[in-house]
Design a protein around this ligand. Structure first.
Ligand SMILES: Cc1ncc(COP(=O)(O)O)c(C=O)c1O
Length: 364
């Protein structure tokens, strides 16, 4: 049996009539940029997180860039980011001219190690970007504490954790600004690129609205150099349909994870942990094994898909050679890059597929 890493077509088929109608309505209506559906989605996502404002943008990467710009972070400033995350978290910092300052991760949660943040803070530090990696919340209270002490902003990178919770509070509701990605495979994903910011800060929300539309408050009268980064109506319509199901889908992911946990107990792998404060939404189910590359080849031979998120830590990327980091600087991040493997995980994954995956891992 072939087992895919994710299966977006099965998900589409489960809501096909409703989705087709939502898309058709946009086509019939003829308004494609920043229309009523974008406004409705912004309202609903803000409410989902108990926040006052949300602003739709073109991608999760742009959400991070616009968050930084709206907080006036730029050249000469430093921003703390984990050394193990998707490149965009740090790329956004560099894109606004600031410098990412890396911090190692905690190997239990794969999120930033909060014990190592303070030693990396300097006079230039303006913000911390924790990432709720793989759907597991970072230790936000500890981060907010440090941020409060040093007068830093916290920008939550919630790209991978829509619907996750930290001590009963939604991830993406606790920082000064939070950023979302609607990349197709995300827990809440569209059929293309999309992103959003959410915040209680009206000034930040207004600034982002200005920045996403060429820096103009009044049309054709830009007040700053900005971007064209808008979420469009088709994506908003798609996301409004999916938003109704996301909690149910997250619950299904969690159930699949419990099944994996139980079955993988006998295999010689490190399974994901859930911190006592966490409700994990398993954007990915990631195991750790020493002979990771061999395991991946073995799974491939058995038609079981898997993926490495991520093969190289940020401090060792070619793009960041000028920052002067060395191998060994962040051992946990480096270990994660060598040993982690994401195995198939999606909401409608049949039990038989999970069993095939586990059998194949156990045989290895
Ligand atoms: C942790 C993280 N941050 C940022 C992004 C950027 O999002 P996007 O691909 O929508 O630009 C992603 C996803 O791709 C991500 O996983």
């Amino acid at each position: 049996m072939k087992v895919p890493l994710v299966d977006l077509v099965t998900q589409y088929n489960s809501i096909k009539a409703e989705m087709n109608e939502a898309i058709q309505q946009v086509l019939d209506n003829g308004q494609f940029i920043l229309g009523p559906r974008v406004a409705e989605l912004e309202e609903k996502i803000a409410a989902y997180h108990g926040l006052k404002h949300a602003v739709g943008v073109a991608s999760g990467t742009d959400a991070l860039v616009l968050a930084l710009r709206a907080l006036d972070i730029g050249p000469g400033d430093e921003v703390i980011v984990p050394a193990f995350t998707f490149f965009a978290t740090a790329e956004a910092v560099s894109a606004v001219g600031a410098t990412p300052v890396f911090v190692d991760i905690d190997l239990q949660t794969y999120c930033i190690d909060t014990n190592q943040i303070e030693s990396r803070i300097s006079k230039k530090t303006k913000a911390i970007i924790p990432v709720h990696l793989y759907g597991h919340p970072a230790d936000i209270d500890a981060i907010l504490n440090i941020a409060g002490k040093h007068n830093l902003k916290v920008i939550e990178d919630n790209a991978q954790a829509f619907g996750a919770e930290y001590k009963g509070r939604k991830t993406g509701s606790m920082g000064h600004v939070s950023c979302f990605s609607f990349f197709p495979s995300k827990n809440l994903g569209t059929y293309g690129d999309g992103g959003m910011l959410a915040t209680n800060d009206a000034d930040v929300a207004d600034k982002v609205k200005m920045l996403r539309a060429h820096g103009w408050k009044k049309k054709y009268f830009p007040v700053t150099i900005a971007y064209n980064s808008r979420l469009d109506e088709l994506h908003a319509a798609i996301l409004l349909v999916k938003l109704k199901y996301v909690d149910k889908w997250n619950e299904k992911r969690w159930q699949t994870a419990q099944k994996y946990n139980k079955l993988l107990n006998a295999a010689n792998t490190v399974i994901p942990t859930e911190a006592s404060y966490a409700k994990h939404v398993y954007h990915m189910y990631v195991i750790r094994v020493q002979r990771r590359n061999e395991l991946q080849s073995h799974l491939k031979q058995n038609e079981v898909a898997s993926a490495i998120y991520y093969p190289i830590p940020l401090h060792l990327l070619e793009a960041y050679t000028d920052l002067g980091y060395n191998k060994g600087d962040f051992p946990n991040s480096e270990k994660a890059c060598q040993e982690t493997l994401a195995i198939p995980m999606y909401p409608d994954m049949p039990d038989e597929q999970a069993e095939v995956v586990v059998k194949s891992i156990t045989a290895f």
